[in-house]
Design a protein around this ligand. Sequence first.
Ligand SMILES: [Zn+2]
Ligand SMILES: [Zn+2]
Length: 625
Amino acid sequence: MCRKLPAYQDNVSARPRRKFLGGRLQRFKMASLVFFVHITTLISHSYHRTNIHAIKTSWIHLKRIMSELKTSWLQQVRTGVLLTALTILLFICPENSVYGATKTDGALRGDLILRNGEIHTMNEGGEVSSVIGIKEGIVVYVGESETEALDKFKVIPSIIDLQGHLAIPGLIDCHNHIVLLGNRPGYHTPLENAYSVADVQNTYSLRASNVHEGSFITTIGGFHPNQFSERRLPTLEELDEAVPNNPAFVSYSFAGPATTNSLGKAFFESSADPPAISANGSITSGLNNGKALLALRKQLTFADRKRGVHDAMAYAVSVGVTTHLDQGAFPATGTPADGAANEDLYAMHLPWLSVYDEEGGIIRLRINFLHMDDNIEVPTVQQRLLNTFKLFGNDMVRTGGIGEFITTDYAGGPFFTAAAQRIAAAGWRLEVHSLTGTDFQTQIQTYESINANNSVEDLRWVVAHVPQITPEYLQRLKRLGGGVNLSGWQYLAGTGPQAGPPFKDILTSGIPAGIGADGMQIAPLNPWIHAYYATTGKNALGQQINPGQQISRQELLHLYTRANQWFLGGKDEQLLGSLEVGRLGDVVVLNDDYFTVPEEQLKELRSILTVVGGKIVHDDGSLAA
Ligand SMILES: [Zn+2]
Ligand SMILES: [Zn+2]
């Protein structure tokens, strides 16, 4: 029979001993901490000669600490030497110190001056400057004088002449699925910027020249054959011509259709559960596309995923998107039912985190958590709220809220209500997906019913996409403190008469609104395609499908920068989205004048130089000339 431990007696017997040890140890620890703070202040202020009063105060406190240690003078001197040595050690080894934590947490912290640019700061006054200084990753100067910028540095930093090019803050995409992009099987190759089968062939051929023979070259989502002048996918022969030594798989939307080449066909047909593939390489959408995708995913290693993360980051900075709020994936089943948007919800971030930990990331990743609970207990949402920190991380990677799904009855059924109630009670941000003419209504009604008992007005609850939202529901969501994020995904395959979203009505409503490309499956990541759609209303076929809802280029840039601060929330609101002193130094220099190029050329805009935290993370060489 077990004897119950005498917890009370144990505590009593332990108490005097703990007090004896704890008393001196505690005093020493406290003294060390206070000593550290004061010696740091003393050294810092003496070094910079900034605050004589602080120097005097610190010295007085240091003397008091030493005397309060109640030891002999010899011991005090020994302790002083020890603490001073520790302090110096902490200074020279900042990666191990509390003091240095914010500077060595994997964040990019470069020193750089950009001069002779047309720098649209996107600050409150909409100022345009020609010089920006970034020190240790933070903007320290914005203005017109290179000399004044240099005054902010002790050591002369790199100085780059922008040769009059237009520069903007690093773009924020407040809703996409870039984590999925990093986890794609094969050497994923974006086709969102191809306009013909010949473009596809050239893009694939270029990719093949940079990978090993035999490596699978893939494109899974993010484009549509409507973009191509032929309005069709490339054939087996055309892909063979482009990449004769590499298997290829080109699939669009969530579940195909797809096409492959001879080497790809041979691979799929020898797989455990082969898809049906026609003689010209085409693979039908749904089951056959799913079988091909599953065969590819079975080959995928953790190292492959990390390589995919690097590729995803490199592509993002080449088009100027430096901050991404990822909105998750649908849970994977490990069967051919899985489409482009399915992944392991609990493992898909690991290759990303591994890259940030071990090799360093070059984009800022923000993570929302997608859930698909299918019962009233909403177990996964419940566990998420109990076990995850919201808005936790560093400048490079940070958690966000819940979204863009919480339950299978996503439009506002009983599971949805139960999950949203728990999210409100926990004080978390929530984002849900709306595509139909009614789902936003039932979702906003549910938000209102929850708000009646548990205010969500400070939680920034969002309804995403909203192609059909009405002025009435915009006002109702606005009253709840909510916001909407918009995407130009209708560009790829949308049709009229009014494809939405109603950009203009939304901006007129005054509700917090931002832009999230929703890139990776049904939409491109490239922000300049979304800029084209939002400002022209035209789809990939050149048809007007969103009449009367166009916004200006300035308004669109505002959505992609300053307006998206609201969607990031937390610390990010003071760090990103505009170029101002004290904010993170993320800058994109464009190849052409965004404000004046003809509308078709909007789609051709690219970054020639992308800076994240004062470090150059993309440089196409244009400025070297
Ligand atoms: Zn969505
Ligand atoms: Zn989405």
